[in-house]
Design a protein around this ligand. Structure first.
Ligand code: AMP
Length: 173
């Protein structure tokens, strides 16, 4: 048993759960879906218009502390995604002349999206295989949030810790 691990203080005839090592109550044996992440972080999606400039985009990315923007029409239709990586590429292609370029010149047009009921491991796999870190969440054609690879990895880590803790408790009794 690792030295840092303290078995739950519980008499044999008591069945109350100890909370001494409980993790986020949001983590459970239920299937981990995209919905779980949105329930925790909310459904805010920061967007920009296709005719805005990269200058507008970098300010928005800085002010919001995020790494990618959804590009939408005025009616909300999803046109693309613009990540800091797209801007860095343009910086290398057009040094000193990057910021006046339009967003739709550099955004990615074929956006991969997921649904709130998608399993987190499958989303992680798609992001890893596609080499991108952002995934808009769409339900019935409507944008309802954005998950990042950081959100998914963090949730999976908490879940694995929770499972490991349960196994330890099973062994200790
Ligand atoms: P990222 O790792 O998310 O910063 O993005 C890396 C590259 O993938 C950039 O060219 C993005 O425009 C693109 N990208 C980001 N998210 C997606 C997505 N969900 N679907 C398709 N391309 C994406």
């Amino acid at each position: 048993m690792p030295e840092s691990y303290q078995p739950p203080l519980q008499k044999d005839d008591e069945h109350e759960t100890t909370h001494s090592q409980s993790l986020d109550t949001n983590i459970s044996k239920e299937a981990a879906t995209v919905h779980k992440i949105l329930a925790h972080k909310g459904g805010d999606v920061i967007g920009i218009r296709p005719d805005d400039t990269l200058g507008d985009a970098v300010q928005l990315l800085r002010d919001k502390g995020i790494g990618a923007l959804i590009v939408t029409e005025t009616d909300g239709a999803l046109l693309g995604i613009l990540s800091e990586r797209d801007i860095v590429r343009k910086l290398a292609d057009a040094p000193g002349r990057t910021l006046p370029h339009r967003v739709d010149e550099v955004m990615t047009k074929n956006v991969e999206v997921c649904s709130p009921t998608d399993d987190l491991v499958s989303v992680l796999r798609r992001m890893t295989d596609g080499r991108f870190r952002h995934m808009p969440v769409v339900e019935e054609g409507r944008l309802i949030g954005m998950v990042t690879i950081g959100d998914v990895v963090n949730y999976r880590l908490l879940q694995l810790e929770y499972e490991a803790l349960q196994l330890k408790q099973l062994i200790v009794g």
